[in-house]
Write a protein that binds this ligand. Structure first.
Ligand SMILES: NC(=O)c1ccc[n+]([C@@H]2O[C@H](COP(=O)([O-])OP(=O)(O)OC[C@H]3O[C@@H](n4cnc5c(N)ncnc54)[C@H](OP(=O)(O)O)[C@@H]3O)[C@@H](O)[C@H]2O)c1
Length: 252
């Protein structure tokens, strides 16, 4: 039976290219996002490229736990080898914390953090029946420390790290591995909205290649990319608070 994977946020940006990358290498990809139209266009693209594997559109709003369960059941009827689950769906709303709204804060926390945890919890009974080998989450370098205009986004992405660390510890030696990706800037509809300069920005196809290769050929628990930007940001986020605050205040 061919290997398969489940990718959320597959209708656009990083998730879309990651879906194509897995399909190119013979995987059956269950591609989830809310927009059926965009998922169908992904399926059509994969067909026109004559890829070894295939993409199956599986519409899902990841903030709806009933829908996650329904999709998990659908997948378990269609495969017994769900090697990878890539929880990538997410959003970014740039806003000055002074004017933050409960609505936008809730939206980002619900989607970027709570839905990821809910998804893993709902999947737990399927881990052995579906032979799930890896559950990967897509955080962000922006989750390493508080950044300007991004209180909800940074905290939603930071929370993924501690939660996944706990899961990884509790699942030690059980056969399923947890992974965290920390992208820097990637050119997608999410960043196309940004008017500020985005250093070291990479194409979504390149981000997808990195995710694919690291999932298949690396054992690292945490993967940050692009490397040069990750190194610079690691150093910046290690600065003492007063210096870090001064530097970040200039970026506003
Ligand atoms: N681009 C970057 O520079 C960057 C950097 C660091 C981290 N990231 C993270 O990488 C991930 C992908 O981002 P991207 O840049 O590829 O963004 P994107 O192009 O805007 O794609 C976001 C994807 O998430 C889906 N989505 C949004 N809300 C959803 C919901 N409620 N249920 C299911 N799917 C939903 C969208 O599809 P629908 O609207 O059709 O649902 C879309 O497929 C995000 O978690 C983001 O935070 C991105």
């Amino acid at each position: 039976m061919p290997k398969s994977c489940w990718i959320t946020g597959a209708s656009s940006g990083i998730g879309r290219f990651t879906s194509l990358r897995f399909a190119k290498n013979g995987y059956i990809v269950f591609a989830s996002a809310r927009s059926l139209k965009d998922l169908n266009s992904l399926v059509n693209e994969s067909r026109s490229l004559n890829l070894k594997g295939k993409i199956i559109a599986l519409p899902l709003d990841v903030t709806d736990t009933d829908e996650i369960l329904k999709c998990s059941k659908f997948i378990s009827k269609n495969t017994k080898n769900l090697d990878f689950v890539i929880l990538n769906a997410g959003t970014y709303i740039r806003e000055d914390s002074k004017f933050a709204t409960i609505k936008s804060t809730k939206k980002m926390i619900d989607l970027n953090y709570t839905s990821v945890l809910n998804h893993i919890i709902i999947l737990q009974p399927f881990i052995s029946t579906l032979n799930i080998k890896q559950i990967a989450t897509v955080s962000s370098i922006a989750g390493w420390r508080g950044m300007p205009m991004s209180a909800a986004y940074c905290s939603s992405k930071a929370a993924i790290k501690t939660a996944i660390e706990s899961f990884a510890i509790d699942y030690n030696n059980t056969g399923v591995r947890f992974r965290i990706f920390y992208p820097g800037f990637v050119k997608t509809p999410l960043t196309d909205k940004n008017e500020f300069k985005m250093p070291f920005i990479i194409e979504a196809e390149k981000a997808a290649n990195i995710i694919y290769k690291k999932l298949l050929f690396s054992n690292k628990f945490e993967v940050s990319f692009p490397l040069s930007f990750a190194i610079i940001m690691r150093l910046i986020t290690m600065l003492p608070w007063s210096l870090y605050k001064l530097l970040m205040s200039k970026k506003r």
